[in-house]
Each structure stands twice: as structure tokens, then as C-alpha cells.
Design a binder for this molecule. Sequence first.
Ligand code: GLU
Length: 354
Amino acid sequence: METFYEIITIGVSETQINWPKEEIMKKIIVLLSLIVFVFGICPVASGKTFVTIGTGGVTGVYYPTGGAISRMINKRFKQYDIKATVESTAGSVYNINGVLSGDLEFGVAQSDRQYQAYNGMAEWSKSGPQKDLRAVFSIHPESITLIVSNKSGVKSVNDLKGKKVNIGNPGSGQLQNSKDVLSAFGIDLNSITPEQVKAVEAPGLLQDGKIDAFFYTVGHPNGNIKEATSGRIKVRVVPVRGKGIDALLKKYPYYAKTIIPGKFYPNAINKGDVESIGVKATFVASKNLDVKIVYAVTKEVFDNLESFKKLHPAYSVLTKENMLEGLSAPIHKGALKYYKEAGLIKYIDPKLIP
Ligand code: GLU
């Protein structure tokens, strides 16, 4: 059998070049190293950066939001060498923990969860304040949305007693919101049958009669509530309002009154707009994420806000000014660099400027 040397040098000896064997071996080694360099090292040396954006269930608004942001940045790949991809996740709490651990570069997270993480509350009460968390900007408003089946007979939050209610999966934003709403009505978790499944499964469970109601903190319109209101079983969007809710609004500054527009869900039993309370979706990162990456993403979204807004109907209310409201962690340095350049710094709460 031919040796490695003989196989490699067949072509060379046929062309009658009389180099010494060592010389040919040296040239082969140089050639092989070049191949390794060009095909193996170059992509790294060219500085291509992959970033992952943590979102939520595919029928919510976070998932298309991650898609919209990644589309803005990927369009400029030649300029930034950044390739963004989107991950469907359990939601806000998962995304905040993901950016802090470095598993995700960016995450979409509710403004109340950003506040709680930065201040060591709710899911972070044991681990303490998450001081590496940084805000980038805020996005669409989200409403605490309570969907019930007609046959459950539920017409107000009070009627949930004794019912099977999906309060939200661990890692989601809505898990704490539904607990807050229930406790505002004096409803103990022991007086309902709580389920903790992902929002994406809730419409199906409601239609199959496996649950009576579900909570979802989400922007409108979205595919999830469309699915829930379009099935065989008729469903209702229940208002979240009353004395207990007014007290909740006073106690927690991150909640605000909202309206769920009835026009988005024409198949729901109730007609017209529904009162509720809500928060804002925000975009977060870790303090340790490269300034250049955060700068590039912020710039692309803000400089092209009109095209960004066309990517989802829930963004119709966005303005550069309101995208800097509802934040509670310090602004990431990369985003701040852009806000200074673009003259937007005046809209930022000075307490958030590190
Ligand atoms: N607000 C939800 C959460 O934090 C996600 C909503 C969505 O995916 O649009 O888990």
C-alpha cells in the first residue's frame, strides 16, 4: 500500500520536479496549515458574533418581537458582523436569568420583572438584587388578560373561586401577575385549582374543558387569544378592575391601567373594550454584554422605528420617547451611547444612567 507521502506526492513526481523528500514534506505541511487557517480560523478572525434573543411562547408577542429585532440587525450584517437568532422560552423570568448567566445575549422581559430582578424581589428574593441586569429599551404594552370559558360561568375575578385556573408556567411573567390579581380579590391559591402550564397550551386546554380560565400577560393582538376566542367553546375576556385592583396600583408602581381592545377578538362573547392593568415589555441584557453589540441593536431599532413598527400591530403605539419609559435597571452603556448621540438622553430617568 502507498504511504501518505507517496499518495500526496504522486502528482508532483509525475511532473518530474526533483525536490528532496524533506522539502516536499515541508511544503505539504505549509499547504495543510494554510487550508486549516482559511477554513477553520478565518470565520472567528473575521469577528462574526452570534447573539440569541430569549422570547416567549410562539403564539405570544415576545416571539415575533425577537424576530423583528433580529431582522433589523441581520439586515446590517455586512456592517456589524452580528447574526441574531431567536429562542422560544418560558418567558420573562427565564429570559432575565438567561441573560445574567450568559446563556442568552438579550431577553424580552416584563417591566415589573425587570424591577423585581434588579431589586431582589419575587423569584429573586432568595438570590438577591441582580445588579448586572441592564435595560436597553421598552417595547409594547402588555395587559393582564383573563380568559374564561362561557360554561365556567365566570364573569368577574371573584367568580374564579373553586375553578381550575392556569396561573402561568414557572419562568413566565404572568405567574406573579395572576397571583397579585387573585390576592387583590382576596382569593387564596388554595381556593382555586391552580395549573402552571405554558400559555401556548392554555387555549387548547380551555377548548377541551380541561381548565376554566387562564391568565396571560401579553400584548394585543396576539395569536394566543385569537386561538382561545375562535374555538367551538365560547369564551369571555374578563375585566381586571375594582377596589382591590386600585389598591394594587397604589402598592406597585409598575402596574398601570390598560384597555384590551375588543376589536381584536370579535369572536369573544363580550363586546367592546375590556379594562385591565398591565406592564410593558422591555428589552434587557447583562452589564457584561459588549457595548458594540448593544449599540448596534439599539441604533438599528431606533433609527428604523417606522419600519420596525410595521412588523407587529402591538407596536402601533410606540414612540422613541415612550420606549425609554417603564425601565428600572440602569441603561446598558451601549444603548446609552446611542441615546446620547441621538439626543434622546433627555427622556431617560437620570437615576438609570450609570
Ligand atoms: N409576558 C409574558 C412573559 O413574560 C410573555 C408574553 C409574550 O410572549 O408575548 O412570560
